[in-house]
Design a binder for this molecule. Sequence first.
Ligand SMILES: [Zn+2]
Length: 159
Amino acid sequence: ITNTLNTIMTGNIKDKEAFQRLNFLYQAAHCVLAQNPENVELARFYCFTQKTISKRLVLRQDPSVKRTLCKKCCSLLVPGVTATVRQRRCSRRQRMTMVRCLSCGQTKRFPNNPGYQLWVDRPEAQLENQPQLDNTGNSQVTLPAQLCHYCTKDFESII
Ligand SMILES: [Zn+2]
């Protein structure tokens, strides 16, 4: 069981380092855009690298990060700089926030629903992410990246 724990520990540390690098790339993209709005290409390069690394390591990107990246051209979507944001009424009660990428024209839509909760934010999703030990002592680490990848995908195709 010590070996199992070690495996889990080292796995976490590796993930932590990777997450720190991804976070750095994401912050860097924000920084270069803030310094000069013409650094769109550089910001896109950072975001593209970040996306590629997280895909290769099967790490889940935070939904708040995914929301600010254009899924078509990997641009960092900053309202007024690289994206336009407008409100659209889609039914009598429901309104949408439309975020349009100025580089490629891809539009993201978010329902204006204050009560809406991402699946990953719900308590049952947190339970899924816990490494579980079965009777034999073997660790069954569920792959949160895959689960969340699917649910985020669902989220995007629904709205
Ligand atoms: Zn785009």
